[in-house]
Design a protein around this ligand. Structure first.
Ligand code: SF4
Length: 201
Protein backbone atom coordinates (compact mmCIF):
# COMPACT_ATOMS: atom_id res chain seq x y z
CA UNK A 1 0.00 0.00 0.00
CA UNK A 2 2.76 2.38 0.91
CA UNK A 3 4.74 1.41 -2.17
CA UNK A 4 1.65 2.00 -4.35
CA UNK A 5 1.06 5.44 -2.81
CA UNK A 6 4.72 6.28 -3.35
CA UNK A 7 4.51 5.28 -6.98
CA UNK A 8 1.53 7.58 -7.57
CA UNK A 9 3.29 10.45 -5.80
CA UNK A 10 6.47 9.85 -7.81
CA UNK A 11 4.60 10.19 -11.10
CA UNK A 12 2.73 13.31 -9.92
CA UNK A 13 5.95 14.92 -8.72
CA UNK A 14 7.74 14.53 -12.05
CA UNK A 15 7.69 17.63 -14.21
CA UNK A 16 6.06 17.41 -17.61
CA UNK A 17 9.44 17.48 -19.34
CA UNK A 18 10.86 14.72 -17.13
CA UNK A 19 7.81 12.56 -17.76
CA UNK A 20 8.19 13.10 -21.49
CA UNK A 21 11.88 12.19 -21.32
CA UNK A 22 11.07 9.03 -19.37
CA UNK A 23 8.42 7.95 -21.90
CA UNK A 24 10.78 8.81 -24.80
CA UNK A 25 13.48 6.67 -23.18
CA UNK A 26 11.06 3.75 -22.78
CA UNK A 27 10.02 4.06 -26.44
CA UNK A 28 13.66 4.24 -27.60
CA UNK A 29 14.66 1.17 -25.60
CA UNK A 30 11.61 -0.76 -26.79
CA UNK A 31 12.40 0.10 -30.42
CA UNK A 32 16.07 -0.86 -29.95
CA UNK A 33 15.00 -4.15 -28.46
CA UNK A 34 12.64 -4.81 -31.40
CA UNK A 35 15.47 -4.06 -33.85
CA UNK A 36 17.48 -6.79 -32.11
CA UNK A 37 14.57 -9.16 -32.69
CA UNK A 38 13.30 -9.06 -29.10
CA UNK A 39 9.72 -7.86 -29.02
CA UNK A 40 8.74 -6.41 -25.68
CA UNK A 41 5.36 -5.69 -24.22
CA UNK A 42 5.73 -2.56 -22.07
CA UNK A 43 3.24 -1.47 -19.45
CA UNK A 44 3.88 2.07 -18.19
CA UNK A 45 1.00 1.91 -15.63
CA UNK A 46 -0.89 4.72 -13.92
CA UNK A 47 -0.58 7.51 -16.51
CA UNK A 48 -3.05 6.90 -19.31
CA UNK A 49 -2.10 10.21 -20.93
CA UNK A 50 0.86 8.15 -22.24
CA UNK A 51 -1.53 6.71 -24.85
CA UNK A 52 -2.12 10.19 -26.26
CA UNK A 53 1.60 10.95 -26.30
CA UNK A 54 2.39 7.67 -28.06
CA UNK A 55 -0.33 8.31 -30.67
CA UNK A 56 1.11 11.76 -31.39
CA UNK A 57 4.63 10.39 -31.79
CA UNK A 58 3.44 7.67 -34.14
CA UNK A 59 1.50 10.26 -36.17
CA UNK A 60 4.71 12.27 -36.61
CA UNK A 61 7.24 9.49 -37.03
CA UNK A 62 5.40 6.50 -38.49
CA UNK A 63 2.16 7.81 -40.02
CA UNK A 64 1.75 4.59 -41.98
CA UNK A 65 1.30 2.75 -38.64
CA UNK A 66 -1.14 5.26 -37.18
CA UNK A 67 -4.34 3.45 -38.17
CA UNK A 68 -3.28 0.21 -36.48
CA UNK A 69 -1.87 2.01 -33.45
CA UNK A 70 -4.96 4.15 -32.94
CA UNK A 71 -7.25 1.18 -33.26
CA UNK A 72 -5.27 -0.69 -30.57
CA UNK A 73 -5.12 2.35 -28.29
CA UNK A 74 -8.85 2.99 -28.71
CA UNK A 75 -9.59 -0.65 -28.00
CA UNK A 76 -7.57 -0.33 -24.80
CA UNK A 77 -9.49 2.86 -24.08
CA UNK A 78 -7.37 4.43 -21.36
CA UNK A 79 -8.02 4.17 -17.68
CA UNK A 80 -10.21 1.20 -16.73
CA UNK A 81 -10.55 1.59 -12.95
CA UNK A 82 -13.95 0.38 -11.83
CA UNK A 83 -14.64 -1.13 -15.25
CA UNK A 84 -12.00 -3.62 -16.43
CA UNK A 85 -9.73 -3.19 -13.40
CA UNK A 86 -10.59 -3.63 -9.75
CA UNK A 87 -8.94 -4.58 -6.51
CA UNK A 88 -9.92 -6.72 -3.54
CA UNK A 89 -7.93 -5.92 -0.41
CA UNK A 90 -6.75 -8.49 2.14
CA UNK A 91 -9.85 -7.94 4.30
CA UNK A 92 -12.24 -8.33 1.35
CA UNK A 93 -12.86 -4.65 0.63
CA UNK A 94 -13.44 -3.88 -3.07
CA UNK A 95 -11.68 -0.85 -4.55
CA UNK A 96 -11.75 0.72 -8.05
CA UNK A 97 -8.07 -0.25 -8.52
CA UNK A 98 -4.98 -0.98 -6.45
CA UNK A 99 -4.29 2.74 -5.92
CA UNK A 100 -7.77 4.05 -5.05
CA UNK A 101 -7.95 2.88 -1.44
CA UNK A 102 -9.86 6.04 -0.49
CA UNK A 103 -13.03 4.51 -1.99
CA UNK A 104 -14.57 1.17 -1.12
CA UNK A 105 -17.62 -0.33 -2.81
CA UNK A 106 -18.32 -3.08 -0.30
CA UNK A 107 -16.84 -6.29 1.06
CA UNK A 108 -16.84 -9.69 -0.63
CA UNK A 109 -17.42 -11.31 2.78
CA UNK A 110 -20.84 -9.64 2.80
CA UNK A 111 -21.87 -9.61 -0.88
CA UNK A 112 -20.63 -11.45 -3.98
CA UNK A 113 -18.06 -9.54 -5.99
CA UNK A 114 -20.35 -9.42 -9.07
CA UNK A 115 -23.16 -7.80 -7.08
CA UNK A 116 -20.77 -5.18 -5.66
CA UNK A 117 -19.16 -4.51 -9.05
CA UNK A 118 -22.43 -3.99 -10.90
CA UNK A 119 -24.08 -1.87 -8.21
CA UNK A 120 -24.34 1.61 -9.71
CA UNK A 121 -26.02 3.00 -6.60
CA UNK A 122 -22.50 3.83 -5.39
CA UNK A 123 -21.83 7.27 -6.95
CA UNK A 124 -18.15 6.56 -7.62
CA UNK A 125 -18.93 3.24 -9.31
CA UNK A 126 -21.61 4.97 -11.40
CA UNK A 127 -19.21 7.80 -12.28
CA UNK A 128 -16.42 5.40 -13.30
CA UNK A 129 -18.69 3.27 -15.47
CA UNK A 130 -20.31 6.26 -17.16
CA UNK A 131 -19.24 7.10 -20.72
CA UNK A 132 -17.91 9.71 -20.96
CA UNK A 133 -16.68 9.25 -17.42
CA UNK A 134 -17.81 11.69 -14.73
CA UNK A 135 -14.94 14.22 -14.68
CA UNK A 136 -14.32 17.87 -13.86
CA UNK A 137 -12.21 20.62 -15.41
CA UNK A 138 -9.65 19.97 -18.13
CA UNK A 139 -10.22 16.20 -18.20
CA UNK A 140 -13.99 16.68 -18.62
CA UNK A 141 -13.53 18.69 -21.81
CA UNK A 142 -10.48 16.81 -23.09
CA UNK A 143 -10.72 15.84 -26.76
CA UNK A 144 -8.42 12.87 -26.11
CA UNK A 145 -10.83 11.14 -23.69
CA UNK A 146 -11.30 8.10 -25.96
CA UNK A 147 -7.57 7.39 -25.56
CA UNK A 148 -7.02 8.37 -21.92
CA UNK A 149 -10.40 8.22 -20.17
CA UNK A 150 -9.42 10.80 -17.58
CA UNK A 151 -6.24 9.14 -16.30
CA UNK A 152 -5.82 8.03 -12.68
CA UNK A 153 -8.57 9.19 -10.31
CA UNK A 154 -6.59 8.13 -7.23
CA UNK A 155 -3.90 10.71 -8.02
CA UNK A 156 -6.49 13.41 -8.70
CA UNK A 157 -8.23 12.62 -5.40
CA UNK A 158 -5.04 12.47 -3.38
CA UNK A 159 -3.91 15.87 -4.71
CA UNK A 160 -7.15 17.80 -4.23
CA UNK A 161 -9.68 15.67 -2.35
CA UNK A 162 -11.95 15.75 -5.42
CA UNK A 163 -12.16 12.30 -6.99
CA UNK A 164 -13.22 13.75 -10.36
CA UNK A 165 -10.81 16.68 -10.75
CA UNK A 166 -8.11 16.80 -13.48
CA UNK A 167 -5.17 14.43 -12.97
CA UNK A 168 -2.16 16.59 -12.06
CA UNK A 169 0.21 14.14 -13.79
CA UNK A 170 -1.13 14.96 -17.25
CA UNK A 171 1.89 16.33 -19.11
CA UNK A 172 0.22 17.12 -22.42
CA UNK A 173 -0.14 20.69 -23.65
CA UNK A 174 -3.39 22.14 -25.00
CA UNK A 175 -1.77 22.14 -28.42
CA UNK A 176 -1.04 18.40 -28.19
CA UNK A 177 -4.61 17.72 -27.10
CA UNK A 178 -5.83 19.68 -30.12
CA UNK A 179 -3.55 17.57 -32.34
CA UNK A 180 -4.97 14.43 -30.75
CA UNK A 181 -8.49 15.71 -31.43
CA UNK A 182 -7.59 16.13 -35.08
CA UNK A 183 -6.22 12.56 -35.27
CA UNK A 184 -9.32 11.13 -33.63
CA UNK A 185 -11.60 13.10 -35.91
CA UNK A 186 -9.73 11.70 -38.87
CA UNK A 187 -10.49 8.22 -37.53
CA UNK A 188 -14.09 9.09 -36.77
CA UNK A 189 -13.91 9.25 -32.96
CA UNK A 190 -15.18 12.10 -30.77
CA UNK A 191 -14.78 12.48 -26.97
CA UNK A 192 -18.48 11.76 -26.48
CA UNK A 193 -17.87 8.41 -28.18
CA UNK A 194 -15.43 7.42 -25.46
CA UNK A 195 -17.07 4.09 -24.70
CA UNK A 196 -14.38 1.43 -24.76
CA UNK A 197 -13.84 -2.29 -24.55
CA UNK A 198 -11.62 -2.10 -21.50
CA UNK A 199 -10.47 -5.62 -22.02
CA UNK A 200 -7.23 -5.14 -20.16
CA UNK A 201 -7.09 -6.25 -16.64
S1 SF4 B 1 -6.46 16.28 -19.88
FE1 SF4 B 1 -7.14 14.52 -18.64
S2 SF4 B 1 -8.23 13.18 -20.10
FE2 SF4 B 1 -6.97 14.60 -21.31
S3 SF4 B 1 -5.05 13.55 -21.70
FE3 SF4 B 1 -4.77 14.80 -19.86
S4 SF4 B 1 -5.25 13.41 -18.16
FE4 SF4 B 1 -6.09 12.49 -20.03
Amino acid sequence: MQAEGGRIADRAALTASKTRSAVDEIIARTEASARRGRRLEVLTVDNDADAVYVALRIAREKPERLGVALSLLLRNGGNASGVGIGCIGPTGEVYPDAFSRMVTFGNVRERPFGAIWEDLRHPVMAGLKRRPRLLHGRCASCPALPLCNGNLRARAASSTGDFWCPDPACYLSDRELAEAAELLQRFGRRPEDSSTDHRKG
